[in-house]
Design a protein around this ligand. Sequence first.
Ligand SMILES: [Zn+2]
Length: 107
Amino acid sequence: MIRPCTIRVSGREVTVVDEPKNKKLFGYFDPTCPAGWRISLYGLTGQQRASTLFHELLHAMSAAEYEDRGTRVLSEKQVAALEKAFAAVCRDNPKLMRSLIRELTKQ
Ligand SMILES: [Zn+2]
């Protein structure tokens, strides 16, 4: 289970919090929260929780990368497509994903 935590995204701290289940929302990235960037997860577990967190992280990553460049962040449609494509690559290539993580996290 992915627990509430703080994640570093391009030098920023993003707080991940649990919220009560919501009929309309699975997750929400809020870059306007006065306490800092925040991702809310609404009563999710398992694979749905993981894919929603990754979806919201894509929003955060795109906001972090484009914030100072005057470029529009990724659209909802683009984020949803990347979320699904990344999940499929992970499912179909678990050994490759472990190798990528190992290589990318070397100091
Ligand atoms: Zn979204």
